[in-house]
Design a protein around this ligand. Structure first.
Ligand code: ZN
Length: 55
């Protein structure tokens, strides 16, 4: 998303605690760098945007 290919980390779009049935859905996982992952966890990215980059 920011173009970084360092410190890549998997992010679950839907929080596993709130959406347990999403846990094994591959569409729920995206790869972000650490910085973007932190922003995503804080809700700084719109959900529609996160879902958009998986497709
Ligand atoms: Zn990034």
């Amino acid at each position: 998303m920011c173009g970084s290919h360092e410190d890549l980390d998997a992010h679950h779009i839907m929080p596993k605690s709130r959406y347990p049935h999403w846990k094994y859905n591959v569409d729920n996982g995206i790869t972000l760098c650490n910085q973007c992952h932190e922003k995503a966890d804080k809700g700084l990215f719109a959900l529609s945007f996160l879902l958009g980059i998986t497709s």
